[in-house]
Design a binder for this molecule. Sequence first.
Ligand code: FAD
Length: 359
Amino acid sequence: MPLMVDTDAVVIGAGPVGLFQVFQLGLLGLKAHLIDVLPEVGGQCVALYPDKPIYDVPGVPLCTGRDLAQLLLTQARPFLPLDPVSGGCEQIHLGQLVSQLQAEADGRFVVETDQGLRLRARALFVAAGAGAFVPRTLNLPALEGAVNVSYHLDDATVASLSGQHVVISGGGDEAMGAVLALAALPADRRPQAVTLLHRRDQFQAEPALDAQVRSLLASQQVGLVVGMPTDAAVQDGRVTALSVLGPDSVARDVPLDHLLVRQGMSPKLGPLSQWGLDLERKQVSVSAATFESSTRGIYAVGDINTYPGKKRLLLCGFHEATLAAHAAAAALNPESPQHLLYTTTSPLLHQRLGVHQGH
Ligand SMILES: Cc1cc2nc3c(=O)[nH]c(=O)nc-3n(C[C@H](O)[C@H](O)[C@H](O)COP(=O)(O)OP(=O)(O)OC[C@H]3O[C@@H](n4cnc5c(N)ncnc54)[C@H](O)[C@@H]3O)c2cc1C
């Protein structure tokens, strides 16, 4: 049985709204753990539009999706402290899908992830967007469990690709970004060969990315295979080649050392639909005053919720997270009502934020 960690709150989803939820809970003195199935924080902003501009966040005339995620993480950092030894944060759990939720007799909730993490909280915040982002796959049963197939280009994956023949599958921004990232590595860390695999000789990427990849293809620094993968050869748990059906209806083997599938992400509501919350068209129904769901103590904020007048905008999610935090704090501490405090003037909030007055 995995260890149980007790905390005030668990926030499911480290998208922009989940990050701001942690910040608002922290201001109210509530400690939160944050979980996301993705390997980095930022939700849609990072998974779907990292380099695109956002113009309508109050007080931020222009930032990219990735900028916003970083700003929100920095803002929440006082409540997600880094361990000086490991450099990580013990309250952030990435690459983990929240798969189970149970209510205990005393009103607390136990959430469990697919990696065996168990957290027990007095309040639960579902900031799950359109659901857990999972990478689109090639739909080839032979690839299941193969150790040399990856879907994210994190530092560990990049390090493992040195000297390898890497096949990158996809034709959008994610695939082009991966091609460019690998091509830009210093020679001693670069793969021995990179082949882009796409079903047709036209990409759906940003024009700037498209142009850079075309230039690498023209100079033969990167290879291109056009066609549909129909099967995979697997030996000792490793994919050794893909069988690709070309536009000429001829199947060819594409040998490889590592397969990087970069075909974008799709959100899956998944386990959330089985947690007994009232749903309306796959959204969690909430009160527009407290953002509490049909289950007491479970709040839903951001794109995952619905209520009269709901707009799926960042600004609305931030408002919801603020009111949900206040509602939860009041419910958890009914004896000591929370007075509204300003971050500008409150010594208590300065103490919680770890700032000195006037700074
Ligand atoms: C192309 C595009 C452009 C946009 N531009 C704007 C804009 O200009 N202005 C604006 O206001 N809004 C914009 N939006 C909308 C905005 O991005 C969303 O409103 C916002 O991302 C919602 O944040 P969220 O935190 O609720 O959900 P998300 O960003 O979807 O994050 C939810 C997170 O929860 C995780 N998750 C879900 N279920 C689980 C689970 N069971 N276990 C673990 N993790 C889980 C997911 O992996 C995800 O990371 C845009 C959206 C898109 C797609």
